[in-house]
Design a protein around this ligand. Structure first.
Ligand code: BEZ
Length: 238
């Protein structure tokens, strides 16, 4: 196993159980992922407190917290800073910083202190080619059973697109609920993708148009309509 300062450097994989940890956060102690069982959760890291790209990200994410909550998805942040730095930064954000018309934004989701880098190392958030002291912008989407379902990594200089993270959560939930896949740039209401036919007979019946509700351009490329209301009723809270 790869090591950094003689400590193992891990990299979770899609489909793995989310690595467990206990940590102090701006909202008190958490035991991850146990405390989040039954909810989707986005665990994300940022390089450092009091930095501008991170500040724009926190304002944006905090402004969307209710929207993510409607999708039963909680947010948990992390950086390699101490709790007092976190508290001071979040207070400054609320008191002084405006970004794209968003101001007086209170960050109510937990921000983990990780001075020891223990959590960052477990989640492959330290990528030495980028920095040995700052976490990259990592995103882990973890399902209600504590399984890592998606991972996205960005470098220090690149702020994330939070609409894409929301889209990814909705797409994963839709895939689970309806047993389908979602194509490029999919949004609720767009056609979904059926998994390819698993036998010659199934392929034949698909191209002959025998499967009700499917639109098949070829045996392996079949789509289906699921209207937006049907999807949102299933995946969003009332
Ligand atoms: C920022 O958040 O602004 C930032 C952090 C680390 C390196 C570059 C930019």
């Amino acid at each position: 196993m790869e090591t950094m300062n003689d400590q193992p450097v891990a990299m979770p994989r899609i489909g793995d159980a989310a690595p467990e940890f206990k940590a102090l956060t701006t909202q008190g102690d958490i035991h991850f992922p146990n405390d989040y069982k039954g909810s989707w959760v986005i665990l994300f890291s940022h390089p450092a407190d009091f930095t501008p790209v991170c500040t724009s990200e926190f304002i944006t994410f905090a402004s969307m917290e209710e929207q993510f909550g409607q999708a039963n998805c909680k947010l948990v942040g992390l950086s390699i800073d101490g709790i007092y730095s976190h508290i001071a930064w979040l207070r400054t954000i609320k008191e002084k910083i405006e970004y794209r018309g968003m101001k007086n934004v209170e960050v109510n989701f937990p921000l983990i202190e990780d001075i020891s880098m223990e959590v960052a190392k477990k989640y492959g958030m330290i990528q030495p080619g980028e920095s040995t002291t700052k976490a990259v912008r990592a995103v882990f989407i973890i399902d209600p059973k504590g399984i890592v379902r998606a991972m996205i990594y960005y470098p220090l200089s690149l702020g994330r697109n939070f609409d894409e993270l929301y889209r990814a959560v909705l797409a994963l939930k839709t895939s689970d609920e309806f047993g389908i896949a979602t194509p490029a740039d999919w949004r609720p209401g767009d056609d979904v993708i059926m998994s390819p036919a698993g036998s010659c007979n199934a392929a034949k019946s698909r191209v002959e148009g025998k499967e009700e509700g499917l639109h098949c351009q070829d045996w392996f490329f079949c789509t289906k309509k699921i209207d937006k209301e049907t999807i949102l009723k299933k995946i969003l809270k009332k």
